[in-house]
Design a protein around this ligand. Sequence first.
Ligand code: ADP
Length: 262
Amino acid sequence: MRMVAGCDVGSLATKAVIMERRRVVAAAIVRSGPKPAASAQAAMDQALAQAGCGLSDIAYCVGTGYGREKISFMNESLSEISCHGKGAQFLVPSARSVIDIGGQDCKVIRLDAKGSLVKFVTNDKCASGTGRFLEVMAKVLNIAVAELGELALKSRDPVTLASMCTVWAQADVIKHINARRPAEDICAGVNAAMANRVAMMANALQLENDICMTGGVAKNKGVVQALGRIMGKRIKEIRQIDPQLVGALGAALFASEKATKN
Ligand code: ADP
């Protein structure tokens, strides 16, 4: 059997995964540019180079993410909800709930024992509870978004942000910076505000164990920990691959099923 691929064109990052016999052989994450077609090509080229093959070696490719319709080399496109559910269940077979937090939306998904979708809720109307919220706050704090989580874990006295709204929370963060509150306490407050917003959505679905987090924000240990604490549940960490790749992985798994069928 030849290789298959999944490509997830997100608002902030584009991801590609190449699989052979349901094993990941290459993966790439690139920053999304203004043209989804070019971002998809860049991510795929990187993954192909890593796998040491060309597009003609890919038997089937499934596209997902907000820019999926623009992917020139895909055979089919599928929703991010299906792909994140598929990828999460492949990595954690006991997963019944998936919380995917990406750059500009957040999805809470419930699965049955076979990994099929039962219910979902999504927030794509507001930046709060999304990676964008964290990006804005990291910029104000003059740190990289990747530092937010680790710094927050050092906090002993987290600040409380008065609002979950990105605009008001930003003003609040500036107020705390001017009051010379330590950066780790402000980071912890930012992560908690984010987690509170997501927990409100998650609680509406009455999530069942095991809960997995996918998407780029799953790399922020501060948010993962705060979310588990607020929801009173343990969140299972995805260890086998970068959690930001789970949507592309799910797409590649669907591609693998199609290639086998064909
Ligand atoms: P999208 O699919 O919408 O582009 P992603 O799932 O790729 O979104 O996630 C992007 C978000 O992931 C960013 O907004 C950022 O908050 C977060 N992120 C990316 N890399 C890291 C990292 N190394 N550590 C913590 N958070 C990260």
